[in-house]
Design a protein around this ligand. Structure first.
Ligand SMILES: [Zn+2]
Length: 236
């Protein structure tokens, strides 16, 4: 097998052991990592993984150096914490979040990539089929590292004053978000990385239960990027 070099099974994916005089085999631990890598390749993050590493993040300005240093710190300081990168397109959110995912994979921790808008459509379509729905959402609830890209992404609309604003997520979107994030919120070891065009305040105004959980977990690692300048963002 390729893609990950495992010293335990020498890339066979199984290990052998003796039990009551019989040779038996069991799946090697590296299979969880291999499945993460397959999942990431399938999800379209494969090209991003090559492109978006910590090493090739261009940190010309001080805030970019801080952003990167914070992300690198998070990889070793994630117990009970999540990482949030909000704000404008093109500020390097996806780059940094992908680099974090990659760092976890290198440490041998399984990860999944979830492109919010696509995945939420798929989940809502099967919400009335308990078995299918559980099969689809459980891996996202329980994976050690979950990267949700473009969280609460919706289309634009005009408000009553004629300003272009982001559409509110539907109640169906909010239900999926709550189920997923509440589960992860209640399990300290689960790492969640979220990128979104919205600020935490905007997410709070979409749904307080979802927003407050994100706020609680991302207090230490919450970035809202507004090109050309960014700030380390704190509520209050
Ligand atoms: Zn192995």
């Amino acid at each position: 097998m390729t893609g990950y070099d495992c010293p335990i099974c020498k890339n066979k994916g199984v290990t052998y052991f003796l039990e009551n005089g019989y040779e038996k085999s069991r799946e090697c631990k590296c299979m969880a990592i291999r499945r993460s890598i397959w999942n990431i390749k399938k999800s379209g993050l494969k090209n991003l993984l090559q492109k978006y590493t910590f090493d090739n993040f261009k940190a010309a300005d001080e805030w970019q150096r801080d952003f990167k240093a914070d992300a690198q710190r998070f990889v070793t300081d994630h117990n009970g914490k999540w990482f949030y990168a909000g704000g404008q397109v093109g500020a390097g959110k996806t780059h940094i979040c992908t680099a974090i995912v990659q760092a976890f994979l290198k440490k041998g921790i399984a990860a999944r990539y979830m492109l919010w808008r696509d995945e939420v459509v798929r989940l809502k379509a099967i919400v009335n089929d308990d078995e299918e729905y559980a099969k689809a959402i459980n891996p996202l609830k329980t994976v050690p590292v979950l990267y949700i890209d473009d969280f609460f992404k919706t289309g634009d609309e005009l408000d009553r004053y004629g300003n272009i604003v982001k559409k509110r997520p539907t109640q169906g979107d909010i239900n999926v978000a709550f189920e997923l994030l509440n589960y992860r919120y209640n399990n300290d070891q689960l790492v969640t990385i979220i990128s979104s065009e919205r600020t935490i305040e905007e997410i709070l105004s979409c749904d307080e239960a979802v927003g407050s959980r994100i706020y609680q977990r991302t207090k230490d690692y919450c970035w809202v990027l507004t090109a050309p300048k960014a700030k380390n963002y704190r509520l209050m």
